[in-house]
Design a protein around this ligand. Sequence first.
Ligand code: 6PG
Length: 243
Amino acid sequence: MKPSVEVLPDKAALIERSLVVVVERLESAIAARGQCTIALSGGGTPRPLYEALAQQPLPWDKVHVFWGDERYVPADHPDSNEGMARQAWLDHVPLPPENIHPMPTDEADPAVAAAKHAAQLQDFFGTAPGEFPQFDVILLGIGDDGHTASLFPHTQALQVCDRLVTVGNKDGQPRITFTVPLLNCARSVVFMVAGASKQAALDHIFAPTDDDNLYPARLVRPQQECLWLLDSAAGAKLSHEVA
Ligand code: 6PG
């Protein structure tokens, strides 16, 4: 399905719009299937969204929270995506602890942690080996370099298409990340992109042809919804129609 792009006047409007979009999709998933699954992105952009979600009257026992990627640090480390989401949101709502599914980062070998989390996902979704589960919502951001999740330019992780979870590599630092095919199975992928520093990457990402290995967010082409929410600083000068 062709991605859709919304350019919002500023970051506050981007956060407000992402809140409406996410709540709508979680509520419709609960209505349809009795529960919903959301995979969170890290970094700085989504934090205000997580703080806003903490104020929503959602049926928290029906919400399951995952992460699309994680830095290879303990949850109490300042770089932890899990820690950020817990501080901004999850510690402030009555979400049953068993509904929170963090990526393990306590194995000596990150590849073991990635395989462990893939097995946890398979177990939760009841999928067979080789089958990719459908998350209701996967939130993503992009770096100035065009990475998304922990799929960094010219890394091995970009080529992994037979597993749900793999090891990412940022400047030699290990990450755990959903793979491209898992991202592309989502019912709804929502990119949240703010700031002028993202303009150049967005131009390459939306160009009809460009280097997918150099701009990994180009690889995210879900069969279902792909919604790009940009603030005007990031998206006002987009020179391409969305590819
Ligand atoms: C991470 C993220 C990463 C993030 C981008 C954008 O673990 O850092 O998942 O993919 O979304 O780097 O980060 P900002 O929102 O801070 O610009």
